[in-house]
Design a protein around this ligand. Structure first.
Ligand code: EPU
Length: 301
């Protein structure tokens, strides 16, 4: 979708920079996604005005964070992509509280807190993506989830058109799911973390990194795990037991390292990935009677 020059000028006044015809394949870890205009939001205090301008002009939008857990359709997209300008070093610590901008890199935030002797997030070290994305998904790994550490979130709520602050207790954090609305835009978070010496945190981080390196295809283009684990089960183990590692649809392939990672093995389109997801889901349903639920967020018109 193209933003007119007239609208782009009004947006610029509100600190939103328009980039035309961006391939969102360059914005996602799967390197899949069609083309649209992108708005980089540089001023959090003007976001409500940007959103109201877009609403008045009837421009649909989707908010793209780190792009590490999303599968975007191919072709010319019928919405614009919104993106927060990269964090301007927006992290600080006061006692046990860490204040972090949602656009910050999650791994960078874990390391920053560690250097201030605040632990509890070691397991999240290798989870790719932004802090905002981690909040939305309640990212987790190796026994750690971000949700329990959240004390406050500043966000733009499309439902009210306002900037709001939610207390942690007002947000439901479940397994890879939260009570945030799909069009809530996370801006800042306050985390409360246990004090721990940097060296101890570092040792924990090393263990998690090693486990991850041993089991996950880190240097391939993926969106992490494609399916949520079913209650009490493991999607990766089931797919592996069915001998589906290496299964391909076009350029999309079940990783031969971890069966719940589907990788772009070269030139994959969204349709390939959806085809592979559908084929694997069917095989698991037939063999185990389990309906796997997507963990990856799929954006289709
Ligand atoms: N397994 C296989 N074959 C495989 C993959 C896994 O047999 O190809 C077996 C493993 O041997 C193990 C079990 O399945 O016995 C579970 O595997 P793993 O320890 O790799 O954990 P997972 O349940 O597959 C979850 C999260 C990961 C997270 C890891 C580590 C989900 C869907 N996945 O994976 O998160 O990094 O635990 O805590 O909850 C993500 O959310 O995108 C993600 C990668």
């Amino acid at each position: 979708m193209r933003v007119s020059d007239q609208l782009a000028a009004k947006l610029a006044d509100l600190g939103a920079e328009v980039q035309h015809e961006v391939s969102l394949a360059t914005r996602t870890s799967l390197e899949i996604g069609g083309t649209t205009d992108e708005l980089i939001l540089r001023r959090y205090d003007r976001i409500a005005e940007v959103m109201s301008l877009l609403a008045n002009e009837q421009i649909p939008w989707r908010f793209l964070g780190g792009g590490t857990n999303v599968l975007i359709e191919d072709g010319e997209l019928s919405w614009v992509a919104l993106h927060l300008a990269s964090s301007r070093g927006g992290m600080r610590v006061e006692g046990n509280a860490a204040y972090i901008e949602a656009s910050a890199d999650l791994g960078g935030a874990v390391t920053f807190c560690a250097k201030h002797d605040l632990g509890g997030m070691e397991g999240l070290i290798g989870v790719p993506g932004s802090v905002g994305g981690a909040l939305r998904m309640n990212a987790g790994a190796y026994g750690t989830q971000i949700g329990p550490h959240v004390r406050e979130v500043d966000l733009f709520r499309a439902a009210t058109g306002k900037l709001e602050t939610l207390r942690g207790a007002e947000i439901r954090f479940d397994y890879r799911h939260t009570s945030f609305a799909p069009n809530d835009v996370m801006l800042n978070v306050k985390l409360e973390l246990p004090a721990k010496p940097y060296k101890e945190i570092l040792a924990g981080i090393r263990v998690c990194n090693e486990k991850r390196r041993a089991s996950q295809p880190l240097n391939q283009r993926s969106a992490g795990c494609i399916f949520k684990n079913p209650p009490g089960g493991s999607a990766g183990r089931m797919i592996d037991e069915l001998g589906l590692k290496g299964l391909r649809v076009g350029g999309a392939m079940v990783s031969d390292r971890h069966a719940n990672f589907f990788v772009n093995a070269g030139g994959a389109m969204c349709a390939d990935m959806l085809g592979l997801i559908g084929a694997v889901r069917e095989r698991v349903r037939d063999a185990y009677g389990v309906e796997l639920e997507n963990e990856v967020i799929v954006w289709q018109n």
